[in-house]
Design a protein around this ligand. Structure first.
Ligand SMILES: Cc1cc2nc3c(=O)[nH]c(=O)nc-3n(C[C@H](O)[C@H](O)[C@H](O)COP(=O)(O)OP(=O)(O)OC[C@H]3O[C@@H](n4cnc5c(N)ncnc54)[C@H](O)[C@@H]3O)c2cc1C
Length: 485
């Protein structure tokens, strides 16, 4: 994960509040679906909250002048400012505070790792449970969306300048929105049939109902942004051709979507599937997928997921909802080294997922029908730290096997190297190299941001990159216009 930004909290006078009294307000209960019930539905875990509860939770914010939550937020949301409006009943005003610095508060409130960002630095959290910033952000943004906040009343004044955005994930959507609001004409190209990037083709419905993404996209189309799906830039159309077609700048936000493969015998057996394919075939309608992925997943009774991050949690919990009786997650280190959100693991355990730690796959074995039947594992123990700073798993020599009729490989993502090569942009350590201030690549007029620059990271950091690049692209376009005049 990227380091939080170095922005200072906005200068504003903090309201006078009785901090001691506020510290005594208990954290409000945030209602969740019962784990047994949610095993068989695709609805979000958290149930909607009432305004009175949201106001009471917002009142737990002690309005501390240092506001470390703001500096911990990669987009510098003025969290105390928003919560002050919320506790005073100005829900839409609170949402507008988030929208000043963020394009996707309804999503960040749902799936940012708040425990290591805003809530992790909340001063209240040093004495009690931190303020539930994420849930409150999602609450006010939901109210904003459902009460017409996305209606475009005055269309932006058109500049006549055109920008091509490659990738319709959080980075691409943010850059497109910011530039469209300035009147530029934006086309987003994506290799998937529909826009959203991982927000659609990855994150399952039980983390975010897809109506939320649909509403955001509707708003972007109203701003005049156009989308061209099923288009792999670098092959179906090149960057040179985009410039020839009259686009004056290009933003590369093509993510890190290449699922890492396991190099073990039998890893290509039928029934062994890579995480993204499993998630999209399990979560989306066939018509949202390319033809090669439209076949429904076979019914599986025993699903084994290899890997321990957020994607693995999405896979195990998808397997539960698809009806697998036995779902096991195998991770080569211990729970202490697991990346991803603790909350997601708790949800998985509550939903009946079994965890097997300290085990690394040795080989995949087929049954009589030629499909996967079991995976043979080597037990591991932790050795010296590796380059990630986490202790390296070392095989002990002990072996065991786990039976499964579907095995999902969720061991991280890499960046497609074909597009940067075709685009003739510099790459450093497999990532697109940019000027960190502007997001511009070595190629004039070509900017980049999100996972293709940071490596597999977060929705909020991708969006932050998109916002930053939009500022630089706008000023690049102004320079171009001045030169042409
Ligand atoms: C399963 C899963 C769960 C996750 N859960 C969370 C979470 O809970 N919280 C969180 O903060 N983050 C999560 N992440 C990470 C987060 O989704 C990413 O960091 C974020 O989506 C990156 O945004 P992006 O815009 O850079 O790329 P992406 O969202 O990956 O979008 C890139 C888009 O570019 C398109 N593309 C790629 N190559 C081309 C090409 N050559 N031509 C045209 N289009 C192309 C892709 O099809 C894709 O639509 C998760 C990731 C995964 C995979």
């Amino acid at each position: 994960m990227q380091m939080p930004n170095d922005k200072q909290p906005p200068k504003r006078s903090m309201p006078e509040v009785d901090r001691k009294a506020r510290l005594k307000i208990p954290r409000q209960p945030l209602p969740k679906q019962d784990p047994q019930a949610r095993r068989s539905n695709w609805n979000e875990v958290y149930l909607p909250i009432r305004l009175e509860l949201a106001k009471a939770e917002a009142e737990r914010c002690i309005q501390c002048p240092a506001a470390p939550c703001v500096t911990a937020c990669p987009v510098g949301n003025d969290i105390p400012g928003a919560l002050w409006k919320l506790e005073n009943g100005d829900v839409l005003g609170a949402a507008e505070v988030f929208y000043e610095t963020s394009n996707l508060p309804e999503m960040c409130g749902r799936f940012c790792p708040q425990e290591s960002l805003c809530e992790g630095s909340c001063v209240v959290g040093k004495r009690a449970a931190p303020v539930a910033i994420g849930r409150l952000e999602a609450f006010v943004a939901d109210e904003y969306r459902t009460s017409g906040g996305y209606d475009v009343e005055t269309p932006p004044v058109v500049t006549g300048q055109r920008v091509a955005v490659v990738g319709a994930g959080p980075a691409g959507l943010a850059v497109a929105e910011e530039l469209a609001k300035k009147g530029h004409q934006i086309t987003i190209f994506d290799s998937w049939p529909e826009p959203g990037g991982v927000l659609l083709y990855g994150i399952p419905n039980f983390k975010m109902q897809k109506e939320i993404l649909d509403a955001k996209l509707e708003y972007l189309w109203e701003l005049g942004i156009t989308f061209q799906g099923n288009t792999y830039v670098g092959r179906d159309v090149t960057i040179d051709q985009l410039f020839e077609r009259g686009y004056q700048a290009v933003f590369l936000g093509f993510g890190a979507s290449q699922g890492n493969q396991l190099d073990a015998p039998g890893a290509d057996l039928p029934g062994v599937i890579i995480a993204t394919e499993y998630l999209v075939r399990g979560n989306l309608k066939p018509e949202q997928l390319p033809e090669s992925m439209r076949e429904p997943l076979p019914d599986a009774k025993r699903v084994l997921v290899i890997g321990g991050g957020d994607t693995s949690m999405d896979c195990v919990r998808t397997a539960v909802r698809l009806g697998a009786g036995e779902v096991t997650c195998v991770y080569r280190r211990t729970e202490a080294e697991q990346t991803g959100r603790v909350e997601e693991r708790i949800h998985a355990v509550e939903e009946g997922v079994r965890f097997e730690y300290l085990a690394s796959p040795l080989r995949f074995e087929a049954g009589a029908d030629g499909s996967i039947e079991r995976v043979q594992f080597s037990r591991t123990e932790l050795g010296e730290p590796d380059e990630s700073g986490r202790r390296r798993p070392v095989p002990t020599g002990e072996e065991f096997s786990v039976e499964a009729d579907t095995v999902v490989i969720a061991i991280g993502y890499g960046i497609d190297q074909d597009l940067p090569e075709a685009a003739e942009v510099d790459v450093e350590d497999w990532r697109v190299a940019i000027d960190s201030e502007t997001g511009e690549t070595n190629r004039p007029g070509v900017f980049a941001g999100g996972d293709c620059v940071n490596g597999a990271d977060l929705v909020v950091t991708a969006m932050a990159d998109g916002r930053k690049a939009a500022v630089a692209i706008d000023s690049y376009l102004k320079d171009q216009a001045t030169k042409a005049a």
